[in-house]
Write a protein that binds this ligand. Structure first.
Ligand code: FAD
Ligand code: NAD
Length: 467
């Protein structure tokens, strides 16, 4: 039996960051990963590979649709999907190798195998090389992540009925791709294939796409994606998905409750993800799940066993890599007796479509529900000189500020590079800035970020300069 101060189960962005911070704080640390590579969902089949394909497909789309207008003639273009997927695999490998380097640098012992609690302070690891080992520790961190939700009647065959994982490894560009779920995964991966020429049909149960974000964002995104080959069927509840050989048949009920059918050559099921706790031995460890199957934690991310913490997708809250990372740092610092803090309201959400969607803080719908009186500032990208120069004029920045104090309560953006722009809003809100504060700060010209300043000017006193 090996003894450690801290053992982390799972090497996604939650787990590996927790391990690094624990090691930085002087703890003898181990990490267990059931796959043969580090980095979890995010690095291997999530954030990084999807962004690699989004970037490649965006190049293709621009080359075939916008280069001519820029005065660049490139002749006929062809997609080499095999090469695109190969490049993506290279990016993933480089990134995962980087995590291995960080584990070594920080003297973290890595075990590749499935970890199962066999008691309150011991984990048995069924190593991938066929051997077994047992680890004991003073503290454990559960960071085992999540897996796709699959509903009855929509069994994944990994050939034509697929999840995001298979959608990152396609052998051909679908002709008619059906997306079950108009959330983040569907729209990002749908964008990849729409840009490469697929017709994409989105079947979404709610009355808008990305329904948990500020409603104005979904509406605007729908307009932009329609231009690149998406078709949307909102208020459609998918009931059944069947593989019929060379095609997929999808049955749904529409708003009126009438059954409707859709045919495609591939169907991506993206209905959300659920916590992954299989064969983890939580009962042996005295760790409870909540009624939604998530590991139950208190405000300090401590489970029902006081020596076991849990973080990331396996617990409540947004299923985002940067949320998992913050929690990784938080638990390490808690274990060290420090007083860390996470402001969950200021964890930004981003959708990497084009235009990009990014938001932080309260939505207009949430403020209305809370009864908070607020002011709205808007700035459209078509009024931005930088956006006109790059031909990226779809979208807007919307700032919500407290009616009396002018404090920024929410920022909702759709447009070019908003994924990066949202950081300014996070900083401002972390320091409880008013809309006027931002509107009095110099923003380099011409940049997309001037649009945030203009939206703040509009929110603070209806005095935007360029609209
Ligand atoms: P995970 O990354 O899921 O890692 C958990 C790890 O634990 C896995 O490697 C698993 O093999 C291992 N494990 C599980 N059980 C055991 C066990 N018993 N023993 C040993 N190891 C075990 N989020 C963003 O913020 N930005 C994005 O752009 C983004 N894009 C995404 C795209 C896709 C297609 C998907 C699917 C997700 C995306 N996400 C994105 C979400 C993000 O990937 C997750 O929120 C994040 O990975 C959660 O991190 P985690 O550490 O909690 O778990
Ligand atoms: P999601 O929750 O974003 O979207 C699922 C959608 O499916 C919802 O809009 C829901 O209304 C719809 N739906 C549910 N049941 C349905 C039915 N029967 N018929 C039709 N529609 C139905 O989930 P996802 O897209 O699978 O993503 C999973 C998680 O991964 C998300 O929580 C997200 O945070 C994370 N993720 C993040 C990023 C990012 O940060 N850019 C990218 C990809 C994934």
């Amino acid at each position: 039996m090996e003894n450690f101060d801290v053992v982390v189960v799972g090497s996604g962005p939650g787990g590996y960051v927790a391990a690094i911070r624990c090691a930085q704080l002087g703890f003898k640390t181990a990490i267990i990963e059931r796959y043969n590579t580090l980095g979890g969902t995010c690095l291997n089949v999530g954030c990084i590979p999807s962004k690699a394909l989004l970037d490649s497909s965006e190049h293709f789309y621009n080359a075939s649709h916008t280069f001519k207008e820029h005065g660049i003639d490139v002749g006929s273009l062809k997609v080499n999907l095999e090469q695109m997927i190969k490049r993506k695999a290279g990016v993933v490998k480089q990134t995962s190798d980087g995590i291995s380097f960080l584990m070594k640098k920080n003297k973290i012992t890595t075990y590749f195998g499935h970890g199962t609690f066999v008691s309150k302070d011991t984990v048995e690891v069924a190593l991938n090389d066929g051997n077994k080992t047992t680890l004991s520790a003073k503290k454990f961190v559960i960071a085992t992540g999540s897996k796709p939700i699959v509903l009855q009647g929509m069994e994944i065959d990994k050939k034509r009925i697929i999840t995001s994982t298979e959608a990152l490894e396609m052998k051909e560009v679908p002709k008619n791709l059906i997306l079950v779920g108009g959330g983040v995964i569907g729209l990002e991966l749908g964008s990849v294939y729409a840009r490469l020429g697929a017709k994409v049909s989105v079947l979404e149960y709610a009355d808008s796409i990305i329904p948990t974000m500020d409603k104005s964002l979904g509406k605007e995104l729908q307009k932009s994606l329609t231009k690149i080959g998406f078709e949307f069927f909102l208020n459609h509840k998918v009931l059944e998905v069947k593989n019929k050989g060379k095609e997929v048949l999808v049955k749904a009920s529409d708003k009126a409750g009438k059954e409707v059918q859709f045919n495609g050559d591939y169907c991506i099921i993206a209905l959300g993800r659920k916590p992954y706790t299989e064969n983890l031995g939580l009962d042996k460890a005295g760790v409870k799940l909540d009624d939604r199957g998530k590991v139950e934690v208190d405000e300090n991310l401590v489970t029902s066993n006081e020596n076991i913490y849990a973080i990331g997708d396996v617990i409540k809250g947004a299923m985002l890599a940067h949320k998992a990372e913050e929690e990784g740092v938080f638990v390490a610092e808690k274990i060290a007796g420090q007083k860390p803090h996470i402001n969950y309201n200021l964890i930004p959400g981003v959708v990497y479509t084009w235009p990009e969607v990014a938001a932080v803080g309260f939505t207009e719908e949430q403020l209305k529900e809370k009864g908070t009186k607020y002011k709205v500032g808007n700035f459209p990208f078509k009024a931005s000189g930088r956006a006109r120069a790059s031909m990226d004029t779809d979208g807007f920045v919307k700032v919500l500020a407290d009616e009396k104090t002018d404090e920024i309560l929410g920022v909702h953006m759709i447009g070019p590079r908003t994924a990066d722009m949202i950081a300014e809003a996070v900083v401002a809100m972390e320091y409880r800035a008013s809309a006027e504060d931002i509107s009095r700060m110099s923003h380099a010209h011409p940049t997309f970020t001037e649009s945030l300043k203009e939206a703040c000017l509009d929110a603070t006193a209806k005095r935007a300069l360029h609209i």
